[in-house]
Design a protein around this ligand. Structure first.
Ligand code: NAG
Ligand code: NAG
Ligand code: NAG
Ligand code: NAG
Ligand code: NAG
Ligand code: NAG
Ligand code: NAG
Length: 324
């Protein structure tokens, strides 16, 4: 008496995992332990081997404190927010977070990846350890950065550093960083830059050129870590080269991938067969249950060629088993 029930339970989970799953498990959301969700097109680097679901450059490491970390061309940043509605991420330079008098080391630079500065940002330029005081009216040194030899440092909103060449010549280093302009409320940059840098800046992400066709066909862009080739993962976990719309051909290669998936071949195949058996059991042996659970077999069966075909072919097999 218990046996059919075991069977049915196993079956139902199996069906949902194979036929009715609406996204690939390798595109599953993740996080680093804090409240920043990591979802497509971002992905978590740790523990990822082989295929990657997302944009190659959008892989995030996890810090010990639970922040996702993004490596840009010139520096490393904590990701403190990812806005999946507006397609923007907030980054804070790892070296400056919670530092009241931070000393930026590197120019901010995005490099050749599908990110761009948000219009929430402004750029500020630091001139560090200036030996002579350039003769610019109103230039006030940053108090907390005056060093032992009396060298002074200055900060300006980019474009307001009058006499730039003078500064460049008399200072040891020039560094430009981005902050959010709403963090510089009173225009008092000298006192507010520390807090502003701890709040970071915002980048918008754009659709990766290589991924356009895939995403427009409702797929997830992915790439093969070994060959570095882009691929497209469709909603039913099937992997195609470019577009899910073009994938109508070679059904059988795709079917093979669904069944074998990422689990062991034997177990999955067994689960699939079990799942199909349970469909048959419900549909043909228990009319009352069939009515109750008709939502399982009606719409979805019709719009999923794969499951539909598999159920039908296995019906003969199943009824043979059940009538014995
Ligand atoms: C997206 O941006 C708009 C305009 O900048 C803003 O009003 C909205 O709140 C943002 N959405 C979210 C979810 O942050
Ligand atoms: C910065 O300070 C905030 C608030 O105190 C804290 O939650 C966060 O973990 C700190 N970040 C780092 C990197 O220390
Ligand atoms: C930052 O960029 C400026 C000019 O764009 C350059 O002169 C300076 O050396 C750079 N600073 C660092 C730390 O690379
Ligand atoms: C800040 O600098 C970057 C890189 O030079 C530039 O692309 C961006 O447009 C600048 N942002 C503003 C608000 O000027
Ligand atoms: C500026 O001076 C401070 C203190 O002497 C030193 O730690 C720092 O490395 C100097 N910065 C540059 C860019 O030379
Ligand atoms: C990724 O590339 C390797 C090496 O060519 C290949 O063996 C593997 O099957 C590829 N993975 C996918 C999902 O195409
Ligand atoms: C058979 C196979 O490739 N199994 C892998 C499935 O994915 C996990 C991680 O998500 C790997 O640890 C397995 O090796």
């Amino acid at each position: 008496m218990l046996e059919p029930f075991y069977l049915l339970c196993a079956l139902f989970s199996a069906i949902f995992m194979t036929c009715y799953a609406d996204s690939s498990p390798i595109c599953a959301p993740s996080d680093c332990g804090n409240e920043v969700p990591i979802k497509y097109p971002f992905w978590k680097r740790s523990g990822t081997v082989g295929e990657v679901c997302g944009y190659p450059e959008f892989g995030l490491e996890c810090s010990k404190k639970g922040y996702p970390i993004l490596q840009l061309k010139t520096d490393t940043y904590y990701v403190t927010d990812i806005n999946y509605v507006n397609h923007s991420i907030t980054l804070v330079d790892i070296d400056v977070m919670n530092d009241t008098c931070p000393r930026a080391k590197n120019n901010v630079s995005i490099g050749n990846i599908p990110l761009s500065f948000s219009n929430l940002d402004m750029n500020i330029t630091f001139y560090f350890n200036c030996s002579s005081q350039p003769s610019v009216v109103g230039a006030v040194p940053i108090k907390c950065l005056i060093n032992g030899q009396g060298k002074k440092s200055y900060v300006f909103e980019v474009g307001t550093d009058i006499g730039r060449r003078t500064w460049t010549n008399s200072c040891d280093a020039e560094v430009m960083v981005a902050v959010k302009h709403d963090q510089i409320n009173s225009g008092d940059l000298i006192n507010e830059f520390g807090a502003a840098m701890s709040k970071g800046f915002v980048l918008d992400w754009n659709r990766a050129v290589d991924c356009a066709e895939c995403e427009l066909s409702d797929g997830y862009c992915a790439y093969n870590g070994t060959t570095r080739q882009t691929m497209c993962i469709c909603k039913d976990s099937i992997i195609v080269a470019e577009s899910c719309k073009k994938a109508a051909g070679n059904r059988w290669t795709r079917l093979k991938k669904v069944i074998i998936g990422n689990t062991s071949k034997g177990a999955t195949t067994a689960a699939v067969i079990a799942g199909l058996l349970s469909i048959c059991y419900f549909t043909y042996k228990l009319p009352r249950w069939r009515e109750k659970y008709s939502f399982l077999t009606k719409g979805q069966r019709n719009n999923n060629w794969l499951c539909n075909a598999m159920s039908v072919t296995s019906y003969a097999f199943a009824s043979a088993l059940l009538t014995h």
